[in-house]
Design a protein around this ligand. Structure first.
Ligand SMILES: *Cc1c(COP(=O)(O)O)cnc(C)c1O
Length: 374
């Protein structure tokens, strides 16, 4: 179990331990790359690598041969820049949050989301070494990106002379629903764009998009969630390896001899006799309130229910079904992991694994398995 030194230098056991298996993430990367059969597989590492640690993940994937990394913010990109040699780092949010000169100076590539950004970047691209730009077209998200109709304008503008080596991308809205007609519609719109820009490589698929088939692969895929072990195929068994584990310590066990209520709002009433354990985790750690009376943790091979509301720093679980000596103060329970996958846990709390992962807090002791700098 992970230890850490406290302020006085004494080593104590951490109350919550978040473990990230970079070997599993590397396996997931290789699996996706195999499915892509030779085209480029980028890695999306925005939001600190979906909350699991962008620097560790990116360095490990770089060691696996990944050379294209997508962040959301400029600051995320420049933090990774010194760690990733001979690689392109892109900023999905666009040529914003920093001046073009800063993008050039830091060797970071903006994803261009409107014609104004294309124009502004065209005047600076001469000094950029690799793929100078990404043209992002909106084919159905209505979020960021150029309009499909802008492709013709761009092609005829004369601006493209400044971009010898650009990427054309779009993003799928419904890729985790195989049969949603939106996928084909977006694919057609993307082809409408590419007809005007045939000289550039193209990228459409996120994690789930990779599983929609070769038509969706083009020249580069941009998976995020599946790398971290999330299921890209929500109605099928998860082909990815679980990569995260969250363990939290039991602080106290209460033997209940008469029925009574548990937690804020007194929303749960125990049977008696029973035993209620309190663990060192709460909504301040990203264990969202949706888990109140709905979450499950695993202890001694058993799934145990969260009872009562989630507090800021504490969660209560019913440990009646576990032998007393296996549920003691100091015992760790599995909150997330192999036997309690992020997709299933998130669904119980009324959210998705993406949100659950990215919200997990900073108070945990973190352990990385298979880090390249170890
Ligand atoms: C987040 C994101 C991705 C990765 O999506 P996943 O579903 O996590 O694989 C790819 N492309 C864009 C534009 C994104 O914003």
């Amino acid at each position: 179990m992970a230890n850490r030194a406290n302020a006085t230098g004494k080593v104590e056991r951490a109350v919550s331990v978040f473990s990230v298996d970079l070997d599993a993430i590397a396996d997931n990367y290789r699996y996706l790359r195999e499915r892509l059969g030779g085209i480029e597989c980028a890695a999306v590492v925005k939001a600190d690598g979906y909350g699991v640690g962008a620097a560790k993940v990116a360095q490990r994937l770089h060691a696996e041969g990944c050379r294209h990394f997508f962040c959301a913010h400029f600051d995320e990109a420049i933090a990774l820049r010194p760690l990733l040699r001979n690689s392109a780092i892109y900023v999905l949010n666009g040529l914003i949050g920093a001046k073009p000169d800063d993008f050039v100076g830091h060797d970071v590539i903006p994803v261009l989301n409107d014609l104004g950004q294309v124009y502004a970047w065209s005047r600076h691209s001469g000094t950029v070494k690799r793929r100078e730009a990404v043209f992002h077209f909106d084919t159905g998200m209505t979020r960021l990106g150029l309009e499909v109709g802008d492709a013709e304008r761009l092609a005829l503008s004369g601006l493209l002379d400044a971009f010898s080596d650009a990427l054309v991308m779009s993003h799928l809205a419904c890729s985790e629903e195989r049969d949603n007609p939106m996928n084909r519609r977006q694919l057609e719109r993307f082809h409408d764009v590419l007809r005007w820009l045939p000289q550039y490589p193209a990228s459409l698929a996120n994690s789930s998009g990779i599983f929609l088939g070769g038509d969706f692969h083009f020249d580069m895929a941009r998976p995020g969630y599946a790398l971290y072990g999330g299921n890209p195929l929500p109605d099928q068994p998860n082909p990815m390896r679980n990569a995260v584990r969250l363990e939290s310590m039991i602080l106290q066990v209460r033997a209940i001899v008469e029925p009574r209520t548990v937690g804020y709002g007194a929303t749960y009433k125990t049977d008696a006799p029973s035993r209620i354990a309190t663990i060192a985790l709460g909504y301040a750690d990203g264990y969202v309130r949706g888990f109140g009376n709905r979450g499950q943790v695993v202890l001694a091979g058993r799934k145990l229910p969260v009872v009562g509301r989630v507090s800021m720093d504490l969660v209560t679980i019913d440990v009646t079904d576990v032998p007393e000596d296996l549920a003691q103060p100091g015992t760790y329970v599995d909150v997330l992991g192999e036997h309690n996958p992020i997709d299933e846990a998130a669904a119980r709390a009324g959210t998705i694994g993406y949100e659950l992962l990215t919200r997990l807090g900073k108070r945990f002791a973190r352990r990385y398995i298979g880090a390249v700098d170890d």
